[in-house]
Design a protein around this ligand. Structure first.
Ligand SMILES: NC(=O)c1ccc[n+]([C@@H]2O[C@H](COP(=O)([O-])OP(=O)(O)OC[C@H]3O[C@@H](n4cnc5c(N)ncnc54)[C@H](OP(=O)(O)O)[C@@H]3O)[C@@H](O)[C@H]2O)c1
Length: 233
C-alpha cells in the first residue's frame, strides 16, 4: 500500500461526512470512514466499491462508549494524520427549552459536545506528532459572541459546549505540536441543513480540506468557516 496520509472521518454515512470521504479519497488520502449502521450508508458503500484501495468502512457510534472502545481496538496503534469528527445531530426541530425532554437534551449534549472530545482524547496517541490535525465539526451557532438573535437554543448550546470542551482539550495538549480546527462548514444542503441551504456539500468540503491540508505541520487552535474566515468564540 502506498504511504498515503490517513484520515479518519467519524460519521461518514451521508451529508458532509460522505463528501469528506469522497474528496479525501480523490486527493489520494487513505480514508477510514465510520458509520453507525453498515446497511444504512449505501452511497458510502458504493464509493468504497469504486475505491477499495482508498476507503475502509468501520462501524462506530460516537456516543456509545462500548462502540468507541471496540473501534479503538480495531484501529490499535495505527498512525492517523487527520482525525475529522463530523458526527452530529440537530435535536428536536422546535428548539424550545420548555418542550425538550431530559432524555432528548442529554442525547443532544452527549452526541454533539461530550462524545467528540472523549473520542479525540481516546485517539490522541494515534495522531502523528508534528503534522497531525484534529478537526471538530462545530457551527457558527456555537459562537457565544455571535448569539444576539437567539433561536436554535439547544443545538447552539450543544455546539457552544463542544467549543468549550475543545478549548480545554487543547489546553491539555500543552506543548505537543498538533493543529486543532473547529469548523463551521457554512449552511449546507444536507439532511440537517435542509433544501433551502445556499451551499452545496462539495463546495463546503473542498474549502475545509484545503484548510486542513494547510494546517499540517502547524499548531494551535482556530475557529474558522469553510472559507478560512475567523469566527469569534
Ligand atoms: N449542514 C449544515 O448546514 C451544518 C451547519 C453547521 C454545522 N453542521 C455540522 O456538520 C456535521 C455534519 O452535518 P450534516 O449536515 O452532514 O448532517 P447530516 O446529513 O444529518 O449527517 C450527520 C452525520 O452524523 C452521523 N451521526 C449522528 N450521530 C452519530 C453518532 N452518535 N455516532 C456516529 N455518527 C453519528 C450521521 O450518521 P447516521 O446516518 O447513522 O445518522 C450522519 O453521518 C454535524 O456535526 C453538524 O452539526 C452542519
Amino acid at each position: 500500500m502506498a504511504d498515503r496520509p490517513v484520515v479518519l472521518v467519524a460519521g461518514a454515512s451521508r451529508g458532509l461526512g460522505l463528501e469528506l470521504a469522497r474528496q479525501f479519497a480523490e486527493r489520494d488520502w487513505q480514508v477510514i470512514a465510520t458509520v453507525r449502521n453498515l446497511d444504512g450508508a449505501p452511497d458510502l458503500a458504493r464509493l468504497q466499491t469504486e475505491r477499495p484501495d482508498r476507503i475502509a468502512i468501520n462501524r462506530l457510534d460516537i456516543a456509545d462508549q462500548s462502540s468507541v472502545a471496540a473501534f479503538k481496538a480495531e484501529i490499535g496503534d495505527r498512525r492517523l494524520d487527520v482525525l475529522y469528527i463530523n458526527a452530529g445531530i440537530m435535536g428536536p426541530r422546535h428548539h424550545d427549552p420548555m418542550r425538550i425532554s431530559d432524555d432528548e437534551f442529554q442525547s443532544l449534549m452527549l452526541t454533539n459536545a461530550l462524545a467528540p472530545v472523549r473520542f479525540a482524547t481516546t485517539f490522541l496517541g494515534n495522531l502523528r506528532e508534528g503534522t497531525g490535525v484534529f478537526v471538530f465539526m462545530t457551527s457558527q451557532l456555537g459562537s457565544v459572541a455571535r448569539n444576539e438573535g437567539g433561536d436554535y437554543d439547544l443545538y447552539r448550546a450543544s455546539k457552544a459546549a463542544l467549543n468549550t470542551l475543545t478549548r480545554s482539550f487543547v489546553a491539555r495538549l500543552g506543548a505537543r505540536k498538533l493543529a486543532v480546527l473547529s469548523f463551521h462548514p457554512g449552511w449546507v444542503k444536507t439532511d440537517m441543513g435542509g433544501a433551502k441551504a445556499p451551499l452545496d456539500a462539495e463546495t463546503s468540503v473542498a474549502g475545509m480540506i484545503g484548510i486542513v491540508e494547510g494546517a499540517r505541520g502547524t499548531s494551535g487552535h482556530r475557529f474558522l468557516d469553510y472559507q478560512g474566515n475567523v469566527i469569534p468564540w
